[in-house]
Design a protein. Structure first.
Length: 151
């Protein structure tokens, strides 16, 4: 959502050929990567051991970082489309609700009508489902192996 606020400065500097769109975007997104990584790392330093996950911390950090980056990318995309941050905030539900409907959170994908099922591949939250499936599979498959070795 920072892009609408920085738009006047960017347009002024772009018009005077200080830099083009690609270096500006790469600089902003690089800063966003560092910020998101620090937020995720601090959160997971506390949460990982409190929840008692069985997987390695670095795998858990990498998967959650990918999830955070995919979510941040959606915000950057919406922020770069509009000039006013309040319009960007109004557009977010229009983007998030279809993701919730087609990703399998509330309705199983098999229950979605066949002519709409293709929409699951357009939403970024399907990536979230794959990440959580990986996390849960690793966590509970380890637990199942432990339980089967006891019997």
């Amino acid at each position: 959502m920072e892009f609408p606020k920085d738009r006047p400065v960017f347009l002024r500097e772009y018009s005077t050929n200080h830099y083009s769109v690609i270096p500006y975007f790469l600089a902003k997104f690089s800063l966003e990567l560092v910020t998101v990584f620090m937020q995720v790392a601090i959160q997971l330093l506390v949460a990982f051991w409190l929840m008692g996950f069985k997987m390695m911390f670095i795998q858990f950090l990498a998967l959650n970082f990918l999830l955070a980056i995919s979510s941040t990318s959606v915000g950057v995309f919406i922020g770069s489309l509009v000039e006013d941050p309040s319009v960007a905030a109004e557009l977010m539900p229009a983007l998030i609700v279809p993701q919730l409907l087609f990703s399998g959170f509330f309705i199983q994908v098999e229950l979605i009508p066949a002519f709409l099922r293709w929409a699951q591949y357009l939403v970024s939250s399907i990536f979230c489902m794959w990440i959580y499936a990986t996390l849960f599979d690793d966590h509970f498959s380890n637990r199942r192996l432990l339980l089967s070795s006891v019997h």
